[in-house]
Design a protein around this ligand. Structure first.
Ligand SMILES: Nc1ncnc2[nH]cnc12
Ligand SMILES: [Zn+2]
Length: 317
């Protein structure tokens, strides 16, 4: 089944480039940039990948990102991810990056963007992988800081397809970012947002009604609100679900409790994605495979899930 799932043509619609930083590359970049790390070796770092919730993961994820300093670092990070895509027949990807994670520690916006954008361009030319980059605002920071980030992005607007919203969900509802999302839409960006990962269904309503998103990132808690379920089924609003992420971050205690197949069978446009593959135990194929081993996903269901991913692209072929 693994090989069959690996060969299935797939689109990835929810992954954070910073979350594809494998420990080996993290150590190599630390050495290249002469940065002292709090972990002795790759094994010690990998052992730290045990999380009870989103915040525990984010604390480590932001620490890890500190080794990314130059455009070449961002290029290498993105290229390593694209090689994984190639190996797993991911033919299209719409990755996130978090500029504030880098600008707040003094790495200029264009240094980050240049590295990522040139790797994505090479990915299309050399690997045949199409892509659309999503600029994500950090929701634990202020709306004013998101506004500044949007200002920095406008000169490079052709490099992005959408803006998104990520980081610590609880206590940071989508309504906090209504004005900056309004402006982003007026500037021609599409919008997506993480909602209903740890946060309540109300955050999904806000993301739809106030931020006017095209897709819900995660959204697994929609199942708690029947009226919301009816809306996302009626309007076929895609959910970018990340099974291994949800179990690693204890959104579900075990994969056998995940609701993705129940949603699929109810007619929700659910898709499978890796979120932060270096931290959560796998890329696209591993996520599909876990659904097979722990939830009994059939080939027919896998085909529908993969097709949903292709259908829910912001950039159509
Ligand atoms: N799963 C996730 N949720 C929120 N913010 C993130 N940033 C990286 N991964 C994330
Ligand atoms: Zn995410």
């Amino acid at each position: 089944m693994y090989d069959w799932l690996n060969a299935l043509p797939k689109a990835e619609l929810h992954m954070h480039l910073e979350g594809s930083l494998e420990p080996e590359l993290l150590f190599a970049l630390a050495e290249r940039n002469k940065i002292a790390l709090p972990w002795n070796d790759v094994e010690t770092l990998r052992k730290a990948y045990a999380f009870n919730n989103l915040q525990e993961f984010l604390d480590l994820y932001y620490k890890g990102a500190d080794v990314l300093r130059t455009s070449q670092d961002f290029y290498d990070l993105t290229w390593a991810y694209l090689l994984r895509c190639k190996a797993q027949n991911v033919i299209h990807t719409e990755p996130f990056f978090d500029p504030q994670t880098h600008t707040d520690r003094g790495v200029p916006f264009e240094v980050v963007l240049n590295g990522i954008a040139s790797a994505l361009k090479d990915g299309e030319q050399q690997l045949g992988i199409t892509s659309g980059l999503i600029l994500s605002f950090l929701r634990h920071l202020s709306e004013e800081q998101a506004e500044k980030t949007l200002d920095q992005a406008l000169p490079f607007r052709d490099a992005f397809v959408a803006v998104g919203l990520d980081s610590s969900e609880m206590g940071h509802p989508p309504s906090k970012f209504q004005r900056v999302f309004d402006r982003a839409r007026h500037e021609g960006f599409l919008t997506v947002a993480h909602a209903g990962e740890e946060g309540p269904p109300e955050y999904i309503w806000e993301a739809l009604d106030l931020l006017k998103i095209q897709r819900i990132d995660h959204g697994v808690r929609a199942i708690e609100d029947e009226r919301l379920m009816q809306r996302i089924i009626d309007e076929q609003i895609p959910l970018t679900v990340c099974p291994l992420s949800n179990t690693k971050l204890c959104v579900f205690d075990h994969m056998s409790q995940h609701n993705i197949l129940e949603m699929l069978e109810r007619g929700v446009k659910v898709t499978v994605n890796s979120d932060d593959p270096a931290y959560f135990g796998g890329y696209m194929t591993e996520n599909f495979h876990a659904l097979h081993t722990d939830l009994g996903m059939t080939k027919e269901q896998a085909t529908r899930l993969a097709q949903n991913g292709l259908d829910a692209r912001l950039i159509k072929p």
